[in-house]
Ligand binder design. Sequence first.
Ligand SMILES: Nc1nc2c(c(=O)[nH]1)N[C@H]1C(S)=C(S)[C@@H](COP(=O)(O)OP(=O)(O)OC[C@H]3O[C@@H](n4cnc5c(N)ncnc54)[C@H](O)[C@@H]3O)O[C@H]1N2
Ligand code: MOO
Ligand SMILES: [Mg+2]
Length: 615
Amino acid sequence: MVKAVAVITISDTCFKDNSKDTSGPALADYVRELFPEANLHTIIIPDEKEIIERELKYFCETNLDLVLTTGGTGLTPRDVTPEATKAIIQREVPGITMAITLASLKKTPMAQLSRAVAGVREKTLIVNFPGSKKAVTECFEVVKPILPHAISLIHNEVAEVSYIHNSMQFNHTCKHSSNVDISKVALRPRESPFPMVEMAEACKMIDDVMSEWTERLEIVTIEEGLGRVVAQTLHAKEPMPPFPASVKDGYACLSIDGAGVRRVRTAVTAGDAPTAPLCAGECARVNTGAALPAGADCVVQVEDTKLVSASEDGQTELEVEILKAPEPQQDVRNVGFDIPMGTVLVDKGQILDSAKIGILAGAGYQNVTVRVPPKVALLSTGNELQEPSEVKLKPAHIRDSNRTMLRVLLKEHGYDSIDCGIARDSPPEIVAGIAAALKLADVLVCTGGVSMGEKDLLKPVLLKDFNATLHYGRVRMKPGKPCTFATCEFEGKKKYIFALPGNPVSAYVCALVFVVRALRVCLGVRADWPRLRVRLAHAAQLDPRPEYARAALELHADKDMPYATMLGSQCSSRLLSACGANVLLELPAATPALQRLPAGAVVPALVTGRLDVYS
Ligand SMILES: Nc1nc2c(c(=O)[nH]1)N[C@H]1C(S)=C(S)[C@@H](COP(=O)(O)OP(=O)(O)OC[C@H]3O[C@@H](n4cnc5c(N)ncnc54)[C@H](O)[C@@H]3O)O[C@H]1N2
Ligand code: MOO
Ligand SMILES: [Mg+2]
């Protein structure tokens, strides 16, 4: 447990004018995020070796767990932070500075000029960072995953260390079997050992991992292909129209005849094969879509003609007057006008919609080869869960809503899934539930048991019993913080596991932003949800985590942008907040300066629902 941290800004300039300090506040924010329960001390001191040494010693003597400095690590004569740090530490930790330098060198050759030091005095870890906000941000990312563990090691926290060792096998190569003892509640870690990754990192991990998925194909009828991703490019094997066709109901003529009286030689309605070619001075009555007789090169609509003579019974037109001289090709669709032969009708990677299916039908295709998404299994976990169909609830029980919600959420977005029931909160039951699901599916989506309680067994079971690689175990997002993405080998095949939080809204949001994304990556289609800029219809309180707020859009023709109304309390348990939502608003994390967005503020919104269905 990290109780106290100090962030020291070391800079003559910032010491004189505190408002110039940007790296210190940035570092303080990162520390608050990583150790929300720790007391945080922030000070600004000048580039004076004695003062730096005195302050570092003071913080070590007052038993701080961690001291981070920013500034004074470069080559100017006033840069003395490394010297002061070296003078007071008892053990150097060169790996930390090496890791920072290696990572920074990828971004800038200037990293060669940093002389930062990391080390331990008594029970305090001290790490020097450079003095810019950008550098602090990049360097903190590098050390973030090891800080809790390093501090536990310094404090010799045996239980925590062993758990962290096991859980830290993700991202790394040491895939030895885990010895996490999850049966002893007193030994559970008091702080999550899983680094909190940013949303963008989590998405990138999904994209990298899921893009390994090898394409699987199946042939379906074009109608069954609705919403599916086409795996082969289909061309027009014949032109559309296959004959020169009239665009209007009128008279097919020779444009060279100009205006004037014509003999109506024949009538051609749609579907009639044209008769003998027209000669000069003749026309043919035609309907929209009818084939033009040979010789005709234009159509004059009936409105631009006058009857000159007819048979006595009024059944037959004998002569008409063309009132205005027609242009060549007027109101004619020539062969291939709509679709020239060889045109790409649907391209590999496109999603079939009604128009494309119509085109394929018109072009004589009956079947289409489409990509097959991975098989998805759904598993709920929790001792408190009963089947939704059960009429009577046992004391302290609830009905499982996640499985049904996820099944239809996936269906809504075009994916089938296999229901694998409920596993109780015991390691053998969870192992059995996961194993049964992995036998049937490539992707397992389970809910519950990923947070910090003694019954939250998913991560330890995945690590220990499935030797899984955890790509991430926490994400800086609300809802969905403990969301987990893992892969493992099972019966010789790679499996992909999304362990979503049990809270219904967390499961809903994580399924949209992670699971649907992963399935889209497998199909090789655009993975991101479309983003709109929308205005808040009301003020919104910001959370320390970036938030996906469920909202309904109102589309007003007279307003410059759609207006978004959040759907009541955004508590993670309250699925009513997602009912009727067609967007997830991407609300930024609160900062000391910005705690609330006013009504009318513009925010990005992920369009996850239908915009034509709103109340
Ligand atoms: N000490 C801490 N506690 C919690 C933290 C934390 O960081 N420290 N994180 C909170 C957050 S954020 C979330 S989200 C939840 C995640 O919980 P779990 O994934 O461990 O899920 P459970 O504990 O099993 O259940 C949570 C909640 O959801 C209900 N639930 C579970 N499954 C279903 C289902 N299939 N259908 C309907 N409702 C379900 C369950 O009854 C609980 O009420 O943890 C916080 N705690
Ligand atoms: O992240 Mo949890 O999903 O806030 O409730
Ligand atoms: Mg829990």
